[in-house]
Ligand binder design. Structure first.
Ligand code: URA
Length: 209
């Protein structure tokens, strides 16, 4: 086997004078670059009305990723996902089910709040999907739990009612995707909480497999 010196000498002999070491950026660096890009994004009209970009947060090595719809008022003000009432409910239920909050990452389909919390528009979802796709590629979780119909459609291509999609297992490449009710729906329909808990227990079992 040739030594490194032999290889370098070979290149010198054929006239190569300078070799630039290849800089391989770490996952953390790639994630930071992506975040920086999102913070400066003007890919759709929502940049005009946002207070903060809500890029996402959590463990970038998480085995479980949650994907919601879009930031609401609290999230827009704080620049953090799921920090309002729906988010508090989600975090409380995660604790009850025994899902480790330090092993999750939470993101949304849209990184900017739609005015008055209106539904995301197709052009906004398309403009923002690249960020979510990159977040998923870098984190590479074992399971993604989609919260509500927008993220479920983006990642599974399923357009049915959440009542028929929830708790089923789809895939996004090699990643398992489990649609769940959106926590804001649970606030309006408290009797769906039990089903949500049941689905999260299933997610936990998938993580343990
Ligand atoms: N609803 C969402 O879908 N995402 C948030 O971050 C907050 C509320």
């Amino acid at each position: 086997m040739k030594s490194l010196i032999d290889i370098i000498n070979f290149y010198k002999d054929i006239g190569v004078e300078y070799m630039k070491p290849l800089k391989i950026s770490s996952k953390e660096e790639e994630f930071e670059k992506l975040k920086e890009k999102a913070l400066n994004c003007r890919g759709c009209e929502l940049y005009k009305t946002r207070t903060n970009v809500v890029f996402g947060e959590g463990n970038i090595n998480a085995s479980l990723m949650f994907v919601g719809e879009a930031p609401g008022r609290d999230e827009d003000l704080k620049g953090r996902p799921f920090v309002g009432r729906a988010g508090r409910l989600l975090r409380d239920i995660l604790k009850d089910v025994g899902i480790d909050a330090s092993d999750i990452y939470i993101a949304n389909c849209l990184k900017c709040r739609p005015p008055n919390n209106r539904d995301p528009q197709a052009d906004e979802l398309i403009a923002c999907f690249g960020f979510l796709k990159e977040q998923i590629r870098l984190i590479s979780p074992k399971v993604i739990a989609t919260l509500g119909r927008y993220s479920t459609y983006e990642l599974t291509n399923q357009k049915g009612a959440m009542g028929t999609l929830r708790g089923r297992v789809f895939s996004y490449g090699a990643i398992k995707v489990v649609p769940l009710y959106h926590p804001a729906y649970l606030l309006r329909n408290p009797n769906a909480v039990d089903v949500f808990i049941e689905d999260l227990r299933m997610v936990k079992r998938l993580l343990e497999q």
